[in-house]
Ligand binder design. Structure first.
Ligand code: ZN
Length: 158
């Protein structure tokens, strides 16, 4: 039974508050993963039953090490979700463990194309920035816009 297992029978009408830390292992990331957790997941959640859903609202944060998609260097990144909302449908179960849905939401909240200059722990400039930017590639002269389109439009007005 995890810290976020909610026994529905014992859930008070007004809900309950749970806060604490989840160990890194909960995120179940392998060492080959480009995403590496470097801190426990800190959560503070108000949990309440809303008709056929269990709703958890609060804040979640954790530190990760991500790989910059541009320079391929690792950089620390703090994920902070100040308005975290989790909704889990209640079927017939007596207990709902919010750990797995929480884990999924955290991983989905991480940037899909991380850039090291977006790192919010140690600000830096991506060393590879600009190297592959379109403005640095020789620009190909764009052909002048064709007049045909204009004439067609005028024809249609007639
Ligand atoms: Zn970078």
């Amino acid at each position: 039974m995890s810290a976020l297992s909610i026994e529905l029978r014992h859930l008070p009408e007004e809900g309950l508050h749970r806060e604490g830390k989840l160990p890194v292992a909960v995120l179940d990331l392998s060492s080959d993963d480009p995403v590496r957790p470097i801190s426990p997941v800190i959560y503070s959640l108000d949990i309440q039953k809303d008709e056929d859903e269990l709703v958890a609202i609060g804040t979640v944060s954790a530190d990760f090490e991500l790989e910059c998609g541009r320079c391929c260097q690792r950089f620390p990144f703090r994920l902070e979700i100040p308005d975290f909302v989790l909704e889990v449908p209640i079927e017939n179960e007596a207990m709902i463990d919010l750990t797995e849905p929480l884990r999924e939401d955290i991983l989905l909240s991480l940037p899909s194309y991380p850039r090291c200059e977006d790192g919010n722990i140690t600000p830096r400039k991506c060393p590879a920035e600009g190297k592959f930017e379109p403005e640095n590639t020789p620009s190909i002269e764009a052909p002048p816009p064709s007049k045909a389109g204009t004439w067609d439009a005028l024809d249609q007005l007639n």
